[in-house]
Structure formats: structure tokens, C-alpha cells
Design a binder for this molecule. Structure first.
Ligand SMILES: Cc1cc2nc3c(=O)[nH]c(=O)nc-3n(C[C@H](O)[C@H](O)[C@H](O)COP(=O)(O)O)c2cc1C
Length: 124
């Protein structure tokens, strides 16, 4: 998982911490990579859900992709519930150019790929 605000972070699952992977404001680039959906540039924080497929494939083999996509749907749903509980708005996004987001995150799009995006922001 990565987080994009005015910086881009990767969530390191081994030490449960964020590591910065890019400095600077990538919000407009990110919105363009998601077919120019303006709300993406405006969101204070965006979550990019990605998967390293081998982490599921070693166990679930050809069913691994199904599980990755089911998992990310559940994760985004829980993020959505947490955001609403905090009085925030959220929007789930699946319309994006995979390659552009993968390039932004420095992942290859084959063994490690973006699956889904979640935006979180303040209510109007
Ligand atoms: C799998 C999935 C993908 C979605 N992709 C997009 C998207 O790319 N762009 C978008 O504006 N809304 C997308 N939506 C819809 C929004 O996440 C949201 O559900 C919708 O805007 C209705 O929100 P509301 O009930 O708060 O008005 C998607 C929803 C789902 C479940």
C-alpha cells in the first residue's frame, strides 16, 4: 500500500511503518493517471492498494489473483467505514491507467501491481 498526499509513502508491512518514496506534490500527476478525475488532485490523502502476487500465489496458486482482488475490496470497505466514523468523506476509484500508477510507485505491474485507489477527504 502507498499513500499519496504532498509526498508519496510506502507502507512497509515488516516494520509497520511508512517510508517516503517520493518528495514533492504528485497530486496532479496522480489525477492524470486516473483519467483526469479532478477529485484525486483535490483529495488531502489517497491510498493506493497494490499487491505482490507471489505472497498469495505460493499458497493459493491460480486462485491467488481472486483472493488479492477480494482482499483489496474488503480493505477499501473497512477504510471507508473508518473514514465515515471519523466524519470524513471517501471515494473508491478503479478507473486509472495501471502503468502510470505503477510507474509512480516504481513497481513492475506484473509481479507487483496497483489494484485499487481510495481517496479520503473532508466533507463539503
Ligand atoms: C469498485 C468501484 C470502483 C469505483 N470507481 C470509481 C471511479 O473510478 N470514479 C468515481 O468517480 N467513482 C468510482 N466509484 C464510485 C465511488 O466510489 C462511490 O461509490 C460513488 O461516487 C457513490 O458515492 P456516494 O454514495 O457517497 O455518493 C467506484 C465504486 C466502486 C465500488
Amino acid at each position: 500500500m502507498s499513500i499519496i498526499g504532498t509526498r508519496v509513502y510506502h507502507y512497509n508491512i515488516q516494520d509497520y511503518g511508512l517510508e517516503q518514496i517520493k518528495e514533492g506534490d504528485y497530486s496532479v500527476f496522480f489525477a492524470k493517471a486516473a483519467i483526469n478525475q479532478e477529485m484525486i488532485a483535490l483529495a488531502p490523502i489517497s491510498f493506493v492498494w497494490s499487491a505482490i502476487f507471489q505472497r498469495s500465489k505460493w499458497k493459493y496458486q491460480q486462485r491467488a489473483y481472486r483472493y488479492c482482488y477480494l482482499d483489496v475490496g474488503h480493505i477499501a470497505a473497512h477504510l471507508s467505514l473508518a473514514a465515515i466514523e471519523l466524519g470524513l468523506e471517501t471515494c473508491q476509484i478503479v478507473a486509472f491507467y495501471d502503468n502510470k500508477i505503477n510507474d509512480l510507485l516504481n513497481v513492475d505491474g506484473k509481479e507487483d501491481s496497483v489494484l485499487y485507489l481510495s481517496l479520503v477527504g473532508f466533507p463539503k
